[in-house]
Design a protein around this ligand. Structure first.
Ligand code: PLP
Length: 369
């Protein structure tokens, strides 16, 4: 039996994608072998890779002056690789970071090993707004408040904080190139590449399985890596070799390709954006109307992908999780740093799954409220 899987990542995949992978597992397109067994230099596999890139470009309308890379090391690997590749772009050795939660803080801390890093804006303190006090990391620092050094090689932001459930996509046009960690909201809404110069994402949430980071990078930012940068992680080398400088995680790229085809069949990113709005509005609407559950994120910055919520009576947490699992709703435990629950509702989660969660929560409240 399939469950409704609310895991933050790796996360639920559409059944039809898994079934296609299963059907092709031992004999891919009449070759008599699995994708896993195929040389990454073979014509067949190069075709799989090329098609994945072309589909990703089409889905996100990636401009021609951007390279699309499949990079190893996941998203956190890029926390070190980005400064190694970019921070000497203009010889300054400087980069600025906007802090909006756990993932951007991690990115910033790692970058400090490679250059002169400064915080351009942070939500790490409480904020008075709309007559209320919002706790640290429950809101997003507004761009008008960012203090970006003009000679910074780049400015880093995270557009969706997977743990805190804070999302912000309205990146302004800046002179300094913006690097965006879009790990947990890639392909859920458009990316404006006139404002974002580098977008990167671990694939394991909205683009298949772990093993690769998808990266869209403006080509003029390539070729400035520090000497220290490992050759296999120099983005210019990766681009020159079409993401095959060394053997890539071939199956991860194949699975991302199947996800891209599935997304096309759903109507692309615009259709996903509408579906994600409907799903998240249903869940937040339910939470806001409830006295039993609560979400503490500022309404202007609530994530459409990761919905953290608390039971007002936290002594019921364990019972909630146990009964949710028994009802086929899994992986709802919140991250240990925020506690409570978290429902991750990425592209592959249909409205039906969100409705099943709301129905369970309504029933749980009726029995325990
Ligand atoms: N950035 C964000 C926003 C994430 O949600 C995650 C993982 O959950 C990461 C980075 C780290 O990804 P990885 O495990 O691929 O290094």
């Amino acid at each position: 039996m399939r469950v409704w899987n609310f895991s933050a990542g790796p996360s639920m995949l559409p059944l039809e994608v898994l079934e296609q992978a299963a059907a092709e597992m031992t004999d891919w397109h009449g070759t008599g072998m699995s994708i896993m067994e195929m040389s990454h230099r073979s014509k067949d596999y190069m075709g799989v890779r090329d098609e994945a890139e072309a589909d990703l470009r089409a889905l996100l309308s990636v401009p021609d002056d951007f390279a699309v890379l499949f990079v190893q090391g996941g998203a956190q690997g890029q926390n070190g690789l980005l400064p190694l590749n970019l921070i000497q772009r203009n010889g300054s050795g400087k980069a600025d970071y906007v802090l909006s939660g756990s993932w951007s803080v991690k990115s910033c801390e790692e970058a400090q090993r490679y250059g002169d890093i400064r915080v351009a804006g942070t939500s790490g303190q409480s904020w008075q707004d709309q007559g209320k006090e919002w706790a640290p990391w429950t809101w997003f620092p507004e761009p008008s408040q960012w203090d970006v050094r003009p000679d910074a090689a780049y400015l880093h932001v995270c557009t969706n904080e997977t743990i805190g459930g804070v999302e912000f996509n309205d990146i302004p046009k800046l002179d300094v190139p913006v690097v965006a960690d879009v790990s947990s909201n890639i392909l859920s809404c458009p990316i404006d590449f006139s404002r974002v110069s580098v977008a990167y994402a671990g694939a394991q949430k909205n683009a298949g399985m772990s093993g690769i980071a998808l990266m869209m990078i403006r080509r003029d930012l390539l070729g400035h890596a520090m000497d220290l940068c490992p050759s296999a992680f120099n983005y210019a080398n990766i681009e020159k070799q079409q993401s095959m400088f060394n053997t890539p995680p071939t199956y991860s790229i194949y699975m991302a390709g199947l996800m891209f085809k599935w997304l096309e069949r759903q109507g692309g990113v615009a259709a996903m954006q509408a579906r994600n709005a409907a799903k998240s509005e249903a869940l937040y609407g339910f939470l806001d109307a409830s006295e039993f559950y609560t979400n503490t994120v500022h309404p202007a910055y609530r994530s459409r992908m990761n919905v953290p919520f608390l039971l007002r009576d936290q002594s019921l947490d364990a019972l909630f999780l146990e009964q949710a699992t028994a009802a086929g709703l899994t992986s709802l435990k919140g991250h240990k740093s925020v506690g409570g629950m978290r429902a991750s509702i990425y592209n592959a989660m249909p409205l039906e799954g969100v409705q099943a969660l709301i129905d369970f929560m309504t029933d749980f409240e009726r029995r325990n409220g």
